[in-house]
Design a protein around this ligand. Sequence first.
Ligand code: KIV
Ligand code: NA
Length: 275
Amino acid sequence: MKQTTDFLKMKQCEEKIVMLTAYDYPAAKQAENAEVDMILVGDSLGMVVLGYDSTVPVTMEDMIHHGKAVKRGAKDTFIVIDMPFMSYHLSIKDTLINGARLIQETGANAVKLEGGDRVAEQIRSLTKAGIPVVGHLGLTPQSAGVLGGYKVQGKNAEAARKLMEDAKECEKAGAFAVVLECVPKQLAKQITKELTIPTIGIGAGQDTDGQVLVYHDVLGYGVDRVPKFVKQYQNLNPVIQDSLSAYSAEVKNGSFPEDRHSFTMKEEELLSLYG
Ligand code: KIV
Ligand code: NA
């Protein structure tokens, strides 16, 4: 399994870092088989798995429940787990308790939290306590309400400068990597150049040190609309829907199950049943 220092080396060697989200055992197993470098148990699970409109309702218990399943499916892959909404805002003590729970109870290797300057103290405390941290800047879905929706961030000079400063704050505070979500590719490139730690982009162009996508987006599984930055490698929706509809129709019309799906017993044993 890779270590945090391996990701730094990958950046130095210009070897791309692959990250993919997973929320359960089969997806984690598939991600590991695909040789991704890191699995993210993202709080996006609130939207793609649990059916919420945002990541805000996701709880610590949700993250732990899914994190455990992911670990069982990917024992040899580096796992990052999201700290959910409000689990790192109340106090440093709460942040440490929640960070420790996520790591200890799931077996994940690192936590991710959203924000730069405003969470630098949390990043510093978690790192000092021995918990590796990934930062997350740009579009930070947990604060979509404050940002005014899911929009590209850092498009003007002032916002870009702030994002650059936040990225440097994350690095200074001890984060070993930072996710850049929905930022102009030129800005992502410049941040990537100025940081020592690797950047992992989603909607941030091709010049970041790595890429991350959401499992369900990559596969076209359950999601009906994907953002511009997603490449859908497959559209599983019709495959799954057609299969389930066929099953339903076959039970109704009696063509499933067939003989070959059935078990039999000897005739005399059956007779004894009736005395
Ligand atoms: O929760 C998530 O899936 C994420 C990625 C989009 C980076 O945070
Ligand atoms: Na997330």
